[in-house]
Design a protein around this ligand. Structure first.
Ligand SMILES: C[S@@+](CC[C@H](N)C(=O)[O-])C[C@H]1O[C@@H](n2cnc3c(N)ncnc32)[C@H](O)[C@@H]1O
Length: 265
């Protein structure tokens, strides 16, 4: 992805922060339990979260009592996060791109990013994360991917809608089974700043009504960036499939994974 495209797409989340907060499904509870154990988090731990959005992953960490600084690009996303986290005096939200944010002098025990690390400059993100960690502190990155499963016929049929309305859709695209998604330690390893990467994977499904599914799609940067006529056509095409063939309800299968490594250098 070019820098310009990344800048454009990453700016879409704040266009409708309330929708994002309402429609995105959050993360499995077990992920936070595993993260806390692998990172050795306790109530006094200092955590930096990059791209907290509306605070969906921040809240369960805040409940552990960690002292969290969250750096968020979008003022609108940060405003919803402030609202969601108002009961947690242990959380501070700062509006800034992570790339130009000025860190405090005291280092962090954990740097964490949930569905946000890929929006940060790929040339500098791992190095900057390492720089603000204490030696032995952990960098934890969470990603989610839509994988094969759930209402499979709907997702196979929906490809026709994408091929018709979204010119970037590769012809014949099919969802990968979770087993084909391999763990990728490369970015940590190439930096030379981290020890071995530990992975945890979570497969889960969520059921959506037609409206709920369209709401979700309207939180995805790629869908938001489509020209309006194409986006309207795409959403109408998908709604017809869900209503016509699946009685107004489908299920989507997610693979969420956690990658965590400790700073060595
Ligand atoms: C897909 S959302 C994830 C939000 C949240 N972590 C969650 O799990 O729901 C990506 C978030 O990263 C933020 N973001 C993108 N680029 C950023 C940057 N350079 N610095 C800080 N935040 C950034 C976006 O504004 C958005 O809120």
């Amino acid at each position: 992805m070019t820098d310009a495209r990344r800048e454009l797409l990453r700016s879409t989340f704040g266009q409708d922060a309330d929708r994002y907060d309402r429609a995105r499904p959050g993360y499995p509870d077990q992920l936070v339990t595993d993260l806390a154990r692998l990172a050795g988090l306790g109530p006094q731990s200092r955590v930096l979260e990059i791209g907290c959005g509306t605070g969906q992953a921040t809240r369960p960490l805040a409940r552990l009592g960690c002292r969290i600084t969250a750096v968020e690009l979008s003022p609108d996303m940060a405003a919803v996060a402030e609202r969601n986290l108002r009961d947690f005096p242990n959380v501070t939200i700062e509006v800034s791109p992570f790339e130009s944010w000025t860190p405090p002098t005291t280092p962090f025990d954990l740097v964490f990013a949930a569905t946000a690390f890929h929006w940060i400059d790929p040339e500098t993100r791992v190095g900057r994360a390492a720089d603000v960690l204490r030696p032995g502190g952990a960098l934890a990155v969470v990603h989610s991917e839509h994988v094969a499963g759930g209402t499979e016929r709907f997702f196979a049929d929906s490809q026709r809608c994408y091929e018709r309305f979204d010119p970037d859709t590769p012809p014949g695209l099919r969802l990968r089974p979770a087993a084909e998604v391999v763990d990728e330690p490369g970015e940590f390893d190439r930096s030379g700043r981290f020890g071995p990467v530990r992975f945890r994977r979570y497969e889960w499904e969520k059921s959506y009504t037609t409206d709920g599914y369209l709401d979700l799609l309207m939180t995805y940067s790629g869908h938001r960036a489509l020209p309006e006529p194409a986006r309207d056509g795409l959403l109408a095409c998908l709604a017809n499939l869900i209503d016509g063939n699946h009685n107004g309800r489908i299920s989507k299968r997610y693979l969420t994974w956690l990658a965590l490594a400790r700073r060595t250098v």
